[in-house]
Design a protein around this ligand. Structure first.
Ligand SMILES: [Zn+2]
Length: 472
């Protein structure tokens, strides 16, 4: 018995209309082989530093990827059965083959999702799998992937080169010593892996362990982080270190896009209350909002590009949080205001020419109403690509359809894969390139731009815009 063949149609995601499809193909042919720029993501720098083999197919594709296991969880499969470690150390499934079989038996759940596109792309192009994953083909695919992983050409650095990654950014907390990055730089390998400054653990009073983190930040930088000026100086110090280790950007994952511009005495009072653990939810929000404005000020001085990722209500499911902790697929999007929320920051820095703030959203209703008008006016603002739940062919089309009218193409910044799933990186960039070519082909077929302009835009969307916006 065999499973159905695993096929990647060469015209996948292109328009169904023959003339537009023909042009999309021609456009795609010019960008398909461009190097990958991955300026925002969450791969583990230790992979590249150690260059150890990935352990097995389940540890590679299932256990670390909440895009995958949240879907299985939604259909009643216990996270324990997928090998997700529990906080209390209680036993979970350890047998990688068994975990893989559970996944394979439920692979149909991913029909129509981008996760399915990414996984099939990786199975076929990276591992040479020829059968679609089903309960019946589970073992053969598992064995094939594991046999590959044991070979030197499937180690992280070899795959990095094979994937044609020009540069990849990881994200680290200011408290991270960046040892893996340091080892990487000393190793003589010429793959470019850079860090990004992600200060959420020390700027969010509601982050578990905030007080300890701020004290640690003080110890690391020999600043008195209980004073507002010392706290800011500590950030400047760590940012300089991150920049020396290759960082070109910062990233801020906040519940909202709120910014504040408060007097120093008010800032000190907020810091006092945050450290004492007595800040109200609104004061915590003001603290985070003030820190966005402070980070913009620091970016103006040190040149790091600032990214704001608002609108995710983290750990929505208290039981999953209790048993498994953060980042377990239980984060949910919320409506997000930008026009009012960003005003304090924009009033102060919106007209600068040497500052770039890249905005992301999980609230697609803000594209045409708020984000495109903001980015289509303020010199500091650019729009990040569709993110997380919207990193899908439909999400990419909705983005282009709703922001291009007001922000154009040049206030956008190309594609980010934003992933911890290393194997999905080529697939994600391929999907973005195909969908952008499809969008451009449609504009040409409606006689809204010339063919020559579409050919000029395609490499910009795949490569040039990201290279310039992120200073790569
Ligand atoms: Zn991210």
């Amino acid at each position: 018995m065999t499973a159905p063949p695993l096929t990647l149609h060469p015209d996948r995601l292109f328009p169904a209309d023959p003339a537009a499809r023909e042009l999309a193909r021609a456009l795609y042919a010019t960008v398909a082989a461009l190097p990958i720029l991955s300026p925002h993501g969450h791969t583990d720098p230790q992979w590249y530093a150690d260059n150890a083999p990935f352990p097995d197919a389940s540890a590679l594709f299932i256990t670390p990827d909440h895009y995958v296991f949240r879907m299985l969880y939604s259909q009643g499969i216990a996270l324990e059965d997928l090998g997700i470690p529990r906080r209390d150390g209680a036993p979970v499934e350890r047998d990688a083959r068994k975990i893989w079989r559970t996944f394979a038996a439920h692979y149909h759940l991913f029909r129509g999702t981008p996760t399915r596109l990414w996984l099939d792309h990786a199975f076929a192009t990276v591992f040479g799998c020829t059968e679609r994953l089903t309960a019946e083909s589970a073992d053969r695919n598992f064995d094939r992937i594991n046999a590959c992983l044991a070979r030197p050409e499937f180690r992280p650095r070899a795959l990095f080169e094979r994937f044609n990654i020009e540069v990849i950014a990881t994200t680290e907390s200011p408290l991270d010593a960046l040892d893996h990055h340091r080892r990487l730089r000393a190793s003589g390998w010429n793959g470019r892996v850079i860090t990004a400054y992600r200060p959420d653990p020390v700027v969010d009073p509601e982050f578990e362990g905030f007080r300890d983190h701020v004290l640690q930040l003080g110890a690391l930088t020999r600043e008195d982080t209980a004073t507002w000026q010392g706290y800011l100086a500590a950030h400047r110090d760590r940012r300089a270190y991150f920049k020396a280790m290759g960082a070109t950007s910062t990233d801020h994952g906040h519940p909202t896009a709120r910014t504040c511009d408060l007097a120093e005495t008010a800032c000190q009072r907020l810091l006092d209350r945050a450290l004492a653990g007595t800040a109200s939810p609104d004061e915590a929000e003001q603290f985070r909002g003030q820190m966005l404005t402070e980070m913009a000020r620091m970016s103006l001085a040190d040149g790091l590009v600032m990214q704001i990722h608002p609108g995710s209500l983290r750990s929505h499911n208290p039981r999953v949080w209790r048993d498994f902790g953060r980042d377990q697929g239980a984060d949910m999007p919320t409506p997000t205001d930008y026009v009012r929320a960003l005003k304090p920051l924009l009033d102060r820095y919106g007209n600068e020419r040497d500052l770039t703030v890249i905005l992301f959203t999980l609230d697609e209703t803000s594209y045409a109403r708020e984000l495109a008008p903001l980015a289509g006016h303020y010199p500091i603002l650019k729009l990040g690509p569709p993110w997380w739940f919207h990193d899908s062919p439909e999400g990419m089309l909705r983005f282009r359809e709703q922001v291009t009218e007001t922000a154009g193409f040049y206030n956008t910044v190309g594609f980010n894969d934003d992933t911890r799933a290393f194997m999905s990186i080529p697939a994600r960039h391929d999907v973005a390139r195909r969908v952008d070519c499809r969008f451009l082909a449609t504009l040409v077929s409606e006689h809204r731009i010339g063919e020559d302009e579409a050919f000029a835009l395609a490499p910009e969307l795949a490569y040039g815009l990201a290279k310039r916006a992120y200073k790569l």
